[in-house]
Design a protein around this ligand. Structure first.
Ligand code: UT7
Length: 322
């Protein structure tokens, strides 16, 4: 049997920081409300010169360094993103050109906050079937560009960033399982109206702002993540106590705490970066992963449960023996 293993991780957040106090000047909110209701203290946001592929490239190069691989050894790139710089080419293709190689498959997966988990699931299947030997899997988003800075229900939540892993084939796992789901019936709760032009050459029909019925999304997210924890453990015949680290999507600290409670995990075994990064959409899980690898919390042999929930609705998980 062929499996994929994580050879290296990397991440990047833009330098510019927006604190809760900065946002107090934009909308009727307060630092204490944001911290108590979401767990967020600050977020990093791109300046006008930076783009999603810039963030993806920084994270990718850091992951390649950690893996000790030359970019020319990569033979698959999958990028989870909802904020590509252009309608096309895909962010993955633009990144491939920057890495100085070509010919192998490179494509984006659009699953909003679940984008990285989807990308990982797809790449893992390429590796298991012998279609790739070294994959770059990235979550990268500049969600700050999809925010209405007068809507306090959304503009307080999101930040920008990228996280990456390099996968290599091995005869031991690695990635034990990935679980991907979607239910398209919830579009009204979380969406961006704008899309490609309807033949008139105008960039966006409607506006390009994230619209969310936060409280309703919150409830579905908690219920759904509970289900996926059970599904993931059962698929691997594992007990809750077998999980060493939960690496959750960083949407709201109260959602994260609910998932930790479901797993019976103390918060010391949960990687939390939401205070520093906010919700970085597809980047949030690989960013948190890289932070905890680099600060030495996550060690080789640990069992990791990654999970995410986002627009679509999409949701998914991955169980990894690091
Ligand atoms: O990553 C993709 C998935 N996204 C998520 O999982 C996000 C899920 N949702 C959430 O994280 C939370 O629902 C929010 C943080 C967005 C909102 O928190 P909430 O506890 O669900 O608040 P709420 O929408 O029920 O509103 C409670 C009160 C309302 O005031 P009243 O009606 O009680 O007077 C809101 O108007 O809080 C008010 N409020 C705010 N107050 C200060 C809403 N947003 C703010 C704000 N600052 N930014």
């Amino acid at each position: 049997m062929t499996f994929s293993r994580i050879l290296g991780t990397g991440s990047y957040v833009p330098e510019k920081i927006l604190s809760n106090t900065d946002i107090e000047h934009l909308v009727d909110t307060s630092d204490s409300w944001i911290r108590e209701r979401t767990g967020i203290r600050r977020r990093h946001v791109v300046d006008e010169r930076e783009s999603t592929v810039d963030l993806a490239e920084r994270a990718a190069r850091a992951a390649l360094d950690a893996a000790g691989l030359d970019p020319r050894e990569i033979d698959l790139i999958v990028v989870g993103t909802t904020t590509p710089d252009r309608i096309y080419p895909a962010t993955a293709c633009r990144l491939q050109a920057r890495l100085g190689a070509g010919g192998y498959p490179a494509f984006d997966v659009q699953a909003v906050c679940t984008g990285f988990i989807y990308a990982l699931g797809v790449a893992d299947r390429f590796m298991r079937t012998g279609s790739a030997r070294h994959a770059l899997v990235i979550g990268a988003d500049t969600h700050s560009r999809l925010l209405d800075w007068s809507d306090r229900g959304t503009c307080i939540l999101f930040g920008d960033g990228a996280g990456a892993v390099v996968l290599g084939v091995d005869d031991v796992p690695g990635i034990l399982s990935t679980h991907l789901h979607a239910d398209g019936n919830y579009e009204d709760l979380l969406y961006v109206e704008g899309g490609v032009p309807r033949g008139n050459g105008v960039i966006a029909e409607g506006n390009a702002y994230t619209k969310m019925r936060g409280n309703e999304v919150f409830k579905v997210a908690v219920r759904t993540l509970h289900r996926i924890v059970d599904e993931t453990l059962a698929a691997n015949a594992l007990q809750k106590s077998d999980i060493d680290w939960l690496i959750p999507h960083q949407a709201n600290i109260r959602i994260i705490e609910a998932t930790a409670r479901k797993l019976g995990l103390p918060m010391e075994r949960v990687v939390v970066t939401i205070d520093e990064h906010g919700n970085t959409s597809a980047a949030s899980v690989p960013l948190a992963f890289d932070v905890a690898v680099r600060d030495g919390r996550i060690k080789r042999g640990d069992n990791l449960l990654l999970e995410a929930f986002g627009g679509g609705f999409t949701w998914g998980s991955a169980l990894i023996r690091y």
